[in-house]
Design a protein around this ligand. Structure first.
Ligand code: SF4
Length: 354
């Protein structure tokens, strides 16, 4: 069991953050925020996949105004992602956004920062400070004494200080780098220094396969150490994949239960069925179950039911037929072409009659 780092708790919209609340899964739309229809549609798809908080890029005034219509139509809280322009932050708050992602040191004059923070405080709008290795302040880039992870931490601390000096405490922090070890190191360092919740992510990870691995290693390592309150898997892909991957990471560490936990064996010389195809079919057929359940697909009857005895239900393949098992106990022997239907019947009976 993982002991989570204790952080200050607050809400983003209706979602509890920090203070040992469930670690929430975030994503970011890749639509033009000004295109309200498209953005709402993508948020709905992401919500269906389990996304709990969504971030939108606010590039101009039209985007900040569009948030007014977007927040009315979606079920999850919206974070406005703002760079440099304090007026966009103010408009986003006035449009009803539930949090900001903004680095206070990047929005110019003191009075501009004060104006944003005053309004955020009045409306209890949290601010996520998001430090990125690619956009560090010049004086930190030029500092040869500090490692990159230390520079990320220093940058975050300077932004945090600005908010703290204005008596603002609804702070969340992220420190992202495309290098996994730098990211891990930076989060470990800052976790010791501040009480605020941490948003985890490895940035610019690449396309699906490499991105999943880097994110799983980076985010997973930190979560296993109890560090992290919200996560985003960043992928050059449909953001729905980010959400699904986020839950896979959390499920693998027993930090969240979310829909089906699939198990399948790696196959070996004992495999007696086209397991790769069968496993994909099982995953596809049951992907919409939203209750926590573990389903196994194993390649042989000799070891399959025993190796997957923790699964709620499973299939063990044979020649032209297969076994259906429940918690390691065989409950039916079925022809190969009927395996999926029979498994579905058993799972439905279990889900709806128990
Ligand atoms: S379950 Fe059977 S087929 Fe699959 S890896 Fe184990 S021994 Fe091999």
């Amino acid at each position: 069991m993982i002991k989570q780092r204790k952080s200050i708790g607050f809400k983003i919209g209706s979602v509890e953050i920090g203070n040992n609340a469930p670690i929430s899964v975030q994503s970011m739309c890749n639509t033009d925020t000004r295109d309200i229809k498209k953005t709402v549609r993508q948020i709905e798809e992401l919500t269906d996949a389990g996304c709990e908080i969504i971030r939108l890029a606010v590039l101009d005034n039209d985007a900040a105004f569009a948030i007014k219509d977007i927040v009315k139509q979606v079920k999850i809280p919206v974070i406005a992602d703002i760079h440099f322009d304090y007026k966009l932050a103010i408009q986003a708050i006035n449009s009803g956004v539930q949090a900001l992602r903004l680095n206070p040191g990047n929005i110019g004059k003191r009075e501009n920062v004060e104006a944003v923070v005053k309004l955020a405080k009045q409306q209890k709008i949290p601010i996520r400070i998001g430090v990125n290795a690619g956009s560090l302040e010049k004086k930190l880039v030029d500092n040869n004494e500090l490692s990159l992870s230390e520079k990320l931490v220093e940058s975050a601390l300077s932004h945090i200080k600005i908010l703290e000096d204005l008596d603002f405490g609804l702070i969340k922090v992220s420190l992202k780098s495309s290098d996994v070890l730098t990211t891990i190191d930076a989060y470990r360092l800052i976790a010791e220094k501040i009480p605020y919740p941490l948003h985890l992510g490895v940035t610019e990870t690449g396309t699906l396969k490499g991105g999943l691995v880097k994110s799983a290693v980076g985010i997973g390592t930190l979560l296993a150490e109890g560090i992290g309150d919200t996560i985003r898997v960043s992928l050059t892909e449909d953001p729905v994949e980010e959400v699904l991957a986020g839950y896979e990471i959390l499920k693998s560490l027993n930090l969240r239960k979310h829909g089906v936990n699939f198990i399948s064996c790696p196959t070996c010389g004992r495999t007696q069925i086209d397991l790769i195809s069968l496993a994909k079919q099982v995953e596809e057929r049951f992907k919409n179950i939203d209750k926590p359940i573990t389903i196994a697909v194993m390649g042989c009857a000799v070891n399959g039911p025993g190796e997957a005895r923790e699964a709620d239900f499973g299939i063990a393949g044979g020649i032209g037929e297969g076994l259906i098992f429940k918690k390691g106990q065989i409950i039916a022997k079925v022809k190969e072409e009927k395996l999926l239907d029979r498994l579905e019947t058993e799972i439905k009976n279990h889900l709806f009659n128990s």
